[in-house]
Design a protein around this ligand. Sequence first.
Ligand SMILES: C[S@@+](CC[C@H](N)C(=O)[O-])C[C@H]1O[C@@H](n2cnc3c(N)ncnc32)[C@H](O)[C@@H]1O
Length: 203
Amino acid sequence: MLKRTIFLAGVLGLFSCSKDSSVFISEFLKDPSSVGAVAPCCEETSFAMVEPIVKGDGFVLELGGGTGAFTQKLIQKIDQDKLFVVENNKVFFDMLCEKFPNHKILFADAQELEKHLPANVHGKIKYVVSGLPFRSLPDEVASNILKSLKKVCAPDVVLVQFTYLKDQPLPEEALSLFGFKPKFYKHIPENFPSADIWIYQKN
Ligand SMILES: C[S@@+](CC[C@H](N)C(=O)[O-])C[C@H]1O[C@@H](n2cnc3c(N)ncnc32)[C@H](O)[C@@H]1O
């Protein structure tokens, strides 16, 4: 299944001749569990990921910016000083900086958010838009990311997450740590592979 997906993504990448697609494939082949996808998300997914955000309502954190599919939508909606994008892959980070030179793109591991986000933001992140592949990351890494997120997020944080899988995409620990109730939001058949979007918030 995985081989077929990589092959199909390669074919798509070749035909689309998109730099983003070819960079995605090569970074995925270097580190599949961390990149977690063979292609960037499509327009429909990217648009839907930022839809739940209410403009002007606190700081927004994007986790795992990749080639910037969600970032592109976020910068159209969120004030520059309210948005932080975190990426720990240097190739993706450099691409993000080139595409969004006036925005706060952080070369950082999401396991150490409190070290990289300015102190005035701690406890005030109101929205998290996550491209992180929680289900393919090692359990310990996923757990560290959740604990780090807890330190920087507001008590009423709303987290938006996409997945290619059928089940809700966050580890159970997220539900107990934050008191989140997972809510299915949208299915995006246009995405490759097709994706589901979930929203997490307290009741
Ligand atoms: C599935 S890609 C999502 C990219 C983009 N948002 C999209 O959908 O097109 C996952 C991204 O998370 C990044 N990532 C994985 N682990 C990370 C970590 N611990 N800290 C920061 N970024 C991470 C990967 O480098 C990759 O860019």
